[in-house]
Design a protein around this ligand. Structure first.
Ligand code: ADP
Ligand code: ZN
Ligand code: MG
Length: 483
């Protein structure tokens, strides 16, 4: 029988902390400014400059650690990780090594039910950015931008607990969602503020010892993460089936070629010569501080989902749609309900018109809507539909106008004469007109084709620009036809 292999995956994630200033100096962390405009002796590594730890960065690290069920280490140590690279002006990166900020956490994956252990979370500084392209003399020179040098990061290291590329993707999306919801990280993978390296190995099913792993870098999208792991699993299985051995090495994902290739082997692995950072004291965190941060944490996304289902009778699918892409839509939804709208109507609006509008505006920022149509204003619009003042179709028109002008639903309905026509007198003439013009449909209806009534109702609705009360129109037509 051919050997079956089981993949094993562990992830290492770097997340930029959303502080205004860098981790050891007062320079700005703002992204997208001209190169080398945020630098000082500390983050440029000039001799004699002394680092001072940013308290805000530590607090964000604690937030993440609590959310991931970690044990917060009340004493942790910064260390120098030594290596030479042009984007690292000091010749070492300040990180945490033997004694990290937090250890022993976990994150449960909603779909597969897998529990992924969090080995550790530590604080560190980012390096600068080498630019190898985009200059007239790029074939001769590389350039360095130090704006990113000294920007605060946490590194989250997982246990080798994932068993498929999907597991890894779900873990990463779930982690991203948590960090974004806690305002620890902005979740922006294109700008590199969230980065993921994957450690992959395979072993014969039934074997308990782990196989030799490779580490795959350069995974800056969910799709690449999944594809690169998939590729790497298949590559390793191929090697083993052909009698070869996996070599421990670092590989690079090449998105255009759809493959991984060797970046450096174990022999070339850096010896980082870690040692405690002499310029920074022990990082001490008090229990009180941890408690304070714990109390200030907002509800985690998984808890929000459970609550939305329990409180408003939403389906799992509705909740997924409401929270996955743009979590602030869930807040908006709840405020609409709080303002008096029935949950059923509120969810239809949220997943219907509001989502359509956000797509149209190409944004995930619900505040774009909120600024012009507040949850209270939308609740009032919904009430007009409920009371039968306007139809659902007209309501969409009114919403559009509210979005453009910021006016109230009542004002727009009033100004534009959009209120539903539900008086017999006002509709009688139109109904007669439609009957006169559509003898065919009337005859069809009389001969038993009950569907023909729908066509006639449609004609009256069209003639009244959607304002007629369809139920009443239906009644009037039936009466007039005499059936
Ligand atoms: P290294 O010494 O190369 O840094 P670590 O043991 O510190 O390796 O683990 C780094 C990452 O690799 C962690 O996310 C861990 O879960 C993962 N990992 C370790 N061993 C394996 C393995 N055999 N297969 C897959 N992932 C692994
Ligand atoms: Zn600086
Ligand atoms: Mg390690």
């Amino acid at each position: 029988m051919p050997t079956e292999f089981e993949p094993i995956i562990g992830l290492e994630i770097h997340a930029q902390l959303l502080t205004r200033t860098k981790i050891f100096c007062g320079c700005s962390t703002k992204f997208g400014t001209p190169p080398n405009t945020h630098g000082c002796p500390v983050c440029l590594g000039l001799p004699g400059a002394l680092p001072v730890l940013n308290r805000g960065a530590v607090e964000l690290g604690i937030r993440a650690a609590i959310a991931l069920d970690c044990h917060i280490e009340l004493e942790s140590v910064f260390a120098r990780k030594n290596y030479f690279y042009p984007d690292l002006p000091k010749g070492y990166q300040i990180s945490q090594y033997e004694l990290p900020l937090a250890t022993g956490g976990r994150l449960s994956l909603p779909e597969s039910g897998t529990d992924v252990g969090i080995t550790r979370i530590h604080l560190e500084e980012d390096a600068g950015k080498s630019l190898h392209e985009g200059f007239p003399d790029s074939d001769l020179k590389s350039y360095v931008d130090f704006n990113r040098s000294g920007v605060p990061l946490i590194e989250v290291v997982t246990e080798p607990d994932m068993r498929s590329p999907t597991d890894a993707r779900v873990f990463f999306t779930t982690l991203r969602e948590i960090l974004v919801s806690l305002i620890v990280n902005d979740g922006n993978m294109e700008e590199g503020s969230l980065r993921c390296d994957a450690n992959v190995s395979v072993r014969p099913v039934g074997q308990s010892a782990l196989g030799v792993k490779t580490e795959v870098k350069n995974l800056n999208s969910f799709r690449f993460l999944e594809r690169a792991i998939e590729y790497e699993i298949n590559r390793q299985i191929d090697v083993l089936k052909n009698g070869g051995q996996i070599i421990q090495e670092t590989r690079l994902w090449d998105a255009s070629a759809n493959r991984t290739s060797v970046m450096r082997s174990k022999e070339e692995a850096h010896d980082y010569r870690y040692f405690p950072e002499p310029d920074l004291p022990l990082l001490r965190i008090t229990e009180d501080w941890v408690d304070e941060v714990r109390r200030s944490l907002p509800e985690l996304p998984s808890a929000t989902r459970v609550r939305l289902i329990a409180n408003y009778g939403l389906t799992t699918e509705q909740v997924e749609q409401l929270t996955r892409v743009r979590p602030s839509l869930a807040t908006y939804f709840e405020e609409v309900v709080e303002a008096g709208a029935p949950p059923k109507a509120a969810i239809n609006w949220s997943l219907g018109e509001l989502t359509r509008k956000l797509n149209e505006e190409q944004t995930d920022q619900v505040k774009v809507i909120r600024q012009r149509v507040s949850p209270i204003a939308l609740a009032k619009l919904i009430r007009l539909v409920d009371r039968g003042t306007i139809s659902g179709t007209i309501a969409k028109e009114v919403f559009e106008k509210m979005y453009i002008t910021g006016e109230s639903a009542e004002a727009i309905v009033e100004q534009d004469g959009l209120a539903q026509i539900d008086s017999v007198e006002m509709l009688a003439e139109t109904v007669n007109e439609v009957l006169k013009q559509h003898h065919d449909a009337v005859a069809q209806y009389r001969s038993g084709k009950s569907g023909a009534i729908g066509f006639l109702v449609g004609q009256v609705m069209k003639a009244t620009r959607g304002k007629a009360n369809p139920k009443l129109v239906n009644e009037l037509l039936r009466k007039a036809i005499g059936r």
